[in-house]
Design a protein around this ligand. Structure first.
Ligand SMILES: Cc1cc2nc3c(=O)[nH]c(=O)nc-3n(C[C@H](O)[C@H](O)[C@H](O)COP(=O)(O)OP(=O)(O)OC[C@H]3O[C@@H](n4cnc5c(N)ncnc54)[C@H](O)[C@@H]3O)c2cc1C
Length: 401
């Protein structure tokens, strides 16, 4: 039976980044993942699952040596962020305002994961179990060593600390009986990859409406129409189900009818629909089990912050473990791990609640509330003192700075 300092269950973007940052501290790490990431070749079409990767997340990915590889493969930096409901309340955030070259990059989730896996392969203190699945966890160690035993499909391993980074439906969370609160939003989201005729690859924009926002995310590369982009269409669940059943050309027609004129001419390439849930684990750590990323919290993706919060968890955990090691403490002790929860819970909750306030505020049909939200956007854009203070603070926060 092999023993590790730390076993990470789930080798997605967050789990793989965490394995690397913990291995950087000299600990012996294992990663258990169900599906091996697929190799990259430049001819592969752009994947539907993309994320807006903040500057802070790019710093983390640089720290573990993965970001340069993602950029070499493909990603699309953006400099501007536009939001509006009423045309006259259009508000634009620009990287120049916070003295940055760009606000973030749109990158494919699978390429971020793959770049992290390539870095994991180069670390002699990381062992991967893949394809493998977690069958059971035993936190009750009678030997006095305080180990957790993990039974996988083909092996049994032990660890001082088990990290659940196995996503929204986390088995680790369920098996360790950590409860959670949450609900399903009334809206679903449809992701649509398109070719676009307009050259606007330096901006990501979002137009709000009471049925849900529609968003444009630029993607890298040149297409026969001009460029590529990812559209996100939020709407009532029934409407998204109807849209998902349409042919690409029927969907094109619907998009041109419902998206703002800023979109220009398009061709639909691929599409997929996703339900939206909010979940928050009641605790992030219990009896040598610790939760990270979507296993601990899932939020409305409206502001593209889900994986960015997960990467902040990763950095916080590395920080508390490093400090404990340098002070000669048992780094896997509950007292130490509680510091990670203290650092992250409030910040995650704040972002989740902000997204919910936006969701409720912008989907409210009352004309009075509609006028108030447009006035607020207008004020942030036009009143100089608000423009420089609130706007730039919000922008720096969204970039994770
Ligand atoms: C429509 C939509 C748009 C989004 N856009 C953005 C965005 O622009 N920016 C952003 O920051 N976030 C965005 N998000 C959120 C983001 O996708 C998630 O926060 C992120 O993928 C979470 O990463 P993770 O590694 O925690 O979990 P996951 O990506 O779910 O990875 C979990 C991993 O664990 C593995 N696994 C699961 N169970 C087991 C098991 N029992 N044994 C072994 N392995 C297991 C899985 O195979 C997977 O590889 C969006 C989400 C949605 C739904």
């Amino acid at each position: 039976m092999e023993h590790f300092d730390c076993v990470v269950v789930g080798g997605g973007m967050v789990g793989a980044a965490s394995a690397l940052t913990i291995a950087q501290l000299g600990l012996k790490v294992a990663v258990v993942e169900k599906f091996p990431p697929k190799d990259f070749s430049a001819e592969q079409p752009l994947d539907l699952r993309v994320s807006a990767i903040s500057l802070a997340s790019q710093n983390l990915l640089n720290q573990v040596g993965a970001w340069q590889q993602v950029q070499q493969w493909r990603s699309c930096p953006y400099k501007r962020l536009g939001v509006w409901e009423h045309e006259r309340a259009y508000t634009e955030f620009n990287a120049d305002n916070i003295e940055q070259s760009h606000l973030g990059d749109i990158a494919e989730n699978r390429l971020i994961q793959l770049a992290l896996w390539q870095r994991m392969e180069s670390m002699s203190n990381i062992h991967t179990y893949c394809p493998e699945s977690l069958l059971s966890l035993n936190q009750d160690d009678n030997t006095g060593d305080n180990k957790v035993t993990l039974t996988l499909s083909n092996s049994v391993i032990t660890a001082k600390l088990v990290i659940g980074a196995d996503g929204a439906q986390s088995k680790v969370r369920q098996m360790s009986a950590i409860g959670m609160t949450g609900w399903d939003y009334q809206q679903s989201a449809m992701l649509i990859n398109i070719e676009t005729s307009l050259c606007q690859q330096d901006i990501t924009w979002q137009k709000f409406s009471p049925t849900g926002p529609v968003a444009f995310l630029p993607l890298p590369g040149e297409s026969s129409l001009g460029g590529y982009a990812s559209l996100v269409w939020y709407h009532q669940r029934d409407e998204i189900t109807r849209l998902a059943a349409l042919s690409n050309s029927q969907l094109e027609h619907e998009i041109l009818k419902c998206f703002p004129k800023q979109l220009g001419n398009i061709k639909v390439l691929s599409k997929g629909d996703f339900s939206l849930t909010r979940r928050h684990a009641n605790t992030y750590q219990h009896k040598r089990i610790l939760l990270l990323g979507d296993a601990a919290h899932t939020i409305n993706p409206m502001a593209g912050q889900g994986v960015n919060l997960g990467f902040k968890d990763v950095l916080a955990l590395q920080h508390v473990i490093a400090e404990a090691i340098s002070h000669g403490e048992a780094w896997h002790d509950e007292v130490v791990l509680a510091r990670y929860e203290k650092m992250r819970r409030k910040d995650n909750l704040l972002m989740m609640s902000t997204m919910d306030a936006l969701y409720v505020g912008f989907s409210h049909p009352s004309p009075l509330i509609k006028a108030a939200r447009n006035l607020a956007l207008l004020a942030v854009n036009k009143v100089p003192v608000l423009n420089t203070s609130i706007k730039n603070k919000a922008l720096a926060y969204a970039c994770g700075l």
